[in-house]
Write a protein that binds this ligand. Structure first.
Ligand SMILES: C[S@@+](CC[C@H](N)C(=O)[O-])C[C@H]1O[C@@H](n2cnc3c(N)ncnc32)[C@H](O)[C@@H]1O
Length: 264
């Protein structure tokens, strides 16, 4: 485990990004996608690069046994802090583990999981292969692998909406950019990650977009009010529908790919 790059980003990511309308849409949409494929609780779920648990704590609340693995002390401290806000039985279903995702198999001591999540992590790594290989190995026979990451085919969307036209023109074939948190990020394609999953014995089942209209509105300068719960729920319902369909999902800046490991 190297320097804790996430120490300086933890508050902005967990307290600010997730509290926004975009953050709420992300949590809702991904949770709904996962429920389409997960076996019932208390199936064990491993969240690799799970950060502060924003994606997997809702699963613990729904009855799943969650192991959250992350190399960042600062993110794990945030996870610990957020954990105390969950009901006692959900708290008892969560285990926190400090390790790099590239060492996940050893870190979980060879345990296999009904689902392995890796959301918003691959884009911060130079190459996806070593981590995807570990995700596939941690999945049990018949288990899911769920990856959310940047969509290399939609890289012109953000600079164009921010009216940075030279950057937008240069970005069509680009794989890297400085992301919204101010750190460099790398994007992948559904096709390439599907191939990587297959080489790990995991068959891609379905892919989705994540945000679309909220992204466009925010980059275009609109202010969305996260305290207006009726509007947030209505927005999330539209985003969920868009995430499942072409052509909308193809234009989402991030995609969610779900695969299943062969059953023995
Ligand atoms: C953008 S946050 C995403 C957190 C969480 N998955 C979510 O969606 O809310 C990225 C996370 O990846 C973690 N991370 C960075 N490098 C990693 C690696 N090599 N293996 C596993 N996690 C890593 C960071 O510590 C951070 O918690």
């Amino acid at each position: 485990m190297g320097d804790d790059t996430w120490a300086g980003l933890a508050d902005r990511f967990v307290d600010e990004a997730y509290a926004s309308v975009k953050g709420r849409v992300r949590t809702y949409v991904l949770h709904q996608h996962l429920l389409e494929h997960l076996p019932g609780p208390p199936a064990p779920v491993l969240d690799v690069g799970g950060g502060a648990g924003n994606q997997s704590f809702p699963l613990a609340e729904a009855g799943y046994e969650v192991t959250l693995l992350d190399p960042s002390k600062a993110m794990l401290a945030k996870a610990q802090q957020r954990l105390t806000g969950l009901p006692g039985d959900a708290q008892r279903r969560v285990t926190l583990l400090q390790a790099d995702g590239e060492d996940a198999v050893d870190a979980v001591k060879g345990r296999r999981f009904a689902a392995v999540l890796c959301h918003g992590v691959l884009g911060y790594l130079e190459r996806p292969e070593p981590l995807v290989d570990q995700l596939c190995r941690c999945a049990a026979a018949g288990g899911l692998v769920s990856i959310m990451t940047g969509n290399a085919k939609a890289s012109a969307v953000r600079p164009a909406l921010e009216r940075r036209w030279d950057d937008a023109l240069a970005s069509f074939d680009a794989r890297t950019e400085i992301g919204v948190l101010g750190v460099p990020g790398r994007a992948d394609t559904v096709e390439e990650l599907s191939e990587l999953m297959r080489s790990g014995g995991v068959e891609p089942l379905r892919w989705y977009g994540v945000w679309l209209f909220v992204d466009w509105l925010e980059f275009g300068g609109a202010e969305l009010d996260p305290s207006d719960s009726k509007q947030v729920a209505a927005t999330a319902a539209v985003e969920l529908e868009a995430s499942r369909r072409d052509p909308y999902r193809q234009l989402s800046r991030v995609f969610h790919l779900v695969g299943r490991k062969a059953s023995s």
